[in-house]
Design a protein. Structure first.
Length: 237
């Protein structure tokens, strides 16, 4: 495992997850499937980097945002789930789960990894970026949806339940950052990702507001939070 050293850079100057992908994964001229693409930011980045990306998303609010933000390529966003990808066998060079594997129901994680193996060509890569359950950002979100267990289960699935023809070839731990303009943006983002969080958010809103202002580092009119990430790369034999 390669460990990226902690940095003294300000949070707002840290490389993004997109930057890290471009650093460690060849993107140009490759067919790339982004599983759990959300509002499509990574898909648009991949296309700008010269890839042919396909976004797969099951959340109605998110896939609508993705298509509205990318009208020329709206057909590149498919309705589907990780455990049943609407993608042909042996058709992708890269499959990415960016902050999405832990959102796959635990009982379907093995199937989701098998699906990634199915759609990859020989020599293709499965790239999994998972946020680590620690740090001030995690503690701010934790009262709304404590993902400690599901994030650990995602790593366990990668260790123990992935297809036998996927071999781990690299891993990188690093810190990136994200930001919100205010609490209203935090609420919108978290609920758009998972509408079932709405009731939980309302019940702990005051607590989260205190944590938000306690842990967020204000800069440029936004509140910034560090996020440690583990990127793992597997190659299909």
């Amino acid at each position: 495992m390669t460990i990226d050293a902690s940095t003294v850079q300000p949070l707002w100057d840290l490389p993004t997850n997109h930057d890290r992908l471009a650093e460690h994964v060849h993107l140009k001229d490759r067919v790339i499937v982004d599983v759990g693409c959300g509002a499509g930011g990574l898909v648009r980045f991949l296309r700008a980097a010269g890839a042919s990306p396909i976004g797969v998303e099951c959340g109605e609010a998110m896939i609508r945002q993705a298509r509205e933000a990318d009208t020329e390529y709206a057909d590149a966003y498919l309705d589907g789930v990780g455990q049943d990808l609407p993608i042909e066998d042996d058709s992708a060079d890269v499959v990415i789960f960016s902050y999405s594997l832990h959102h796959v129901p635990v009982e379907h994680m093995t199937a989701a990894l098998a699906e990634a193996g199915r759609v990859l060509r020989a020599g293709g890569e499965l790239v999994v970026l998972e946020p680590i359950a620690e740090g001030p950002g995690f503690e701010t979100h934790r009262p709304i949806d404590d993902e400690t267990v599901v994030r650990a289960q995602a790593q366990s699935a990668l260790d123990n339940d992935r297809p036998g023809d996927l071999t781990e070839t690299a891993s990188y731990r690093y810190t990136t950052a994200y930001s919100y303009f205010d609490m209203a943006e935090l609420e919108k983002v978290l609920i758009d990702i998972d509408s079932e969080r709405r009731a939980a958010f309302e019940s702990v809103k005051d607590e989260v507001d205190v944590l938000f202002h306690e842990h967020g580092e204000e800069h440029g009119g936004r509140y910034w939070f560090p996020q440690p990430v583990l990127m793992r790369i597997f190659t299909k034999n």
